[in-house]
Design a protein around this ligand. Structure first.
Ligand code: NIG
Ligand code: FE
Length: 385
């Protein structure tokens, strides 16, 4: 098996408790894994070498919340919002129409284009949700498409009730927790429910999440995005891996998250694109909650695939330090996906790395909008765009 040494790393940010940050660093990759990390001066012999000329290296971004399987776009809806129209869950329906009309190849091609966009901007792990099919056949198609692009597929049949179930949401809940779950579970690792104003109530969400748990899926919840409600508490009560959005939180929600293993996944692209108040990241961190940052990439509330943009928002708008934001966009995302092989640079971890055209990752927020990703490696392979 061949090895590659990456040397000349000006600053290596590992997120490994023992290794910390290393100046003048190097690492060695064998196949898809990191097999050595240390000072450049001590690097062992390897079959190949690549010198980074002082660039900074960080773990690849872990985007733990996306909705990449869809067709169409909603630029007119965004444009209307910027003129004062509020964001509502109802906009999802127009994407459902376009997604149902698209072929599997069209859905796969579009999602793969977004994944390529993400790799080019340093994202090496991506969770993908279904949720724009909302019929058994279209949710299963979406789950199948997603499973060709990631190991972290989430069944979100409970995004909203589709129009054909408008007056009988409980029937839709029974479908989601029954035949639709049966059809999608083989492709999925996770189940999620949009438990919020205009979507599903707490009893409906609980029924669907419990059904998913009994099918062996891990739990995630779209919680407290549009209004304050019981969704965060439900996520904690059920031991969900993540409560996502967390825009409207009271002290009891913050305490519950801080005292649990449920990660608070914050999605500042959604607040940016819906012109909403940002989630209380500082209060969550000060209380001791684990915070992840993700893009929420979707055509309605947050059509960005760029984790560096989310880091910049988190630092500028949510009072996170640059170091906290970077941790949340890498190791925090890994926690939200209950993975220990990504989001960290250590011996045995996946060789998912980003070299920045910058002396330190502070530049991700300091130079917002600038494409600082000089090179990305996923599973030990350099990504060429
Ligand atoms: O996470 N909140 C629910 N779902 C998406 C938005 C979906 C849409 O508007 O198409 C979100 O923001
Ligand atoms: Fe979402």
């Amino acid at each position: 098996m061949s090895t590659t040494a990456i040397t000349g790393i000006g600053l290596l940010v590992t997120h490994d408790a023992e290794l910390g940050e290393i100046r003048d660093a190097a690492l060695v990759i064998e196949e898809d894994r990191i097999v050595w990390v240390g000072r450049s001066a001590d690097v062992p012999d390897a079959d190949d070498a690549s010198d980074l000329d002082g660039r900074c290296v960080i773990p690849g971004f872990v985007d733990s919340h996306t909705h990449l399987v869809f067709a169409g776009d909603r630029a007119p809806e965004f444009e209307a919002r910027m003129s004062g129209r509020p964001y509502t869950a109802g906009g999802i329906q127009s994407t459902v129409v376009a997604t149902r009309a698209a072929s599997d190849d069209e859905l796969t091609g579009h999602a793969a284009t977004l994944i390529a966009e993400m790799l080019a901007s340093g994202t090496t792990t991506t969770e993908i949700k279904t949720g724009y099919g909302l019929s058994t056949v279209d949710e299963q198609r979406s789950a199948h498409v997603a499973s060709r692009l990631t190991d972290d597929v989430t069944f979100l049949g409970a995004h909203v009730a589709p129009p054909e179930y408008a007056d009988r949401t409980d029937d839709y809940v029974a479908l989601v927790a029954g035949a639709m779950l049966d059809a999608c579970a083989p492709y999925c690792r996770w189940i999620d429910v949009f438990c919020d104003h205009g979507a599903f109530d707490v009893d409906q969400a609980r029924a669907i999440l419990v059904a998913g748990h009994l099918r062996g899926l891990g739990l995630r919840v779209h919680a407290n995005q549009l209004a304050h409600g019981p969704a965060v508490q439900l996520a904690v009560e059920l031991g969900a891996a993540s409560a996502d959005h967390c825009t409207h939180l009271n002290e009891a929600d913050i305490e519950a998250l801080a005292g649990s293993a449920t990660v608070a996944t914050l999605l500042p692209g959604a607040e940016f694109s819906t012109r909403s108040p940002y989630p209380p990241a500082r209060r969550l961190l000060d209380a001791g909650a684990t915070v992840a940052l993700a893009t929420d990439c979707n055509p309605g509330s947050s059509y960005t695939s760029n984790m560096a943009f989310c880091i910049a928002l988190a630092v500028r708008e949510m009072e996170m330090t640059p170091a906290e934001a970077l941790w949340s966009a890498t190791a925090g995302g890994a926690r939200a996906l209950r993975r220990d092989d990504v989001g960290v640079i250590s011996v045995g971890a996946r060789a998912d790395l980003v070299a920045l055209q910058a002396p330190s990752p502070v530049h991700l927020a300091y130079r917002p909008g600038v494409p600082l990703v000089a090179a990305t490696w996923k599973d030990g392979q350099p990504i060429t765009s």
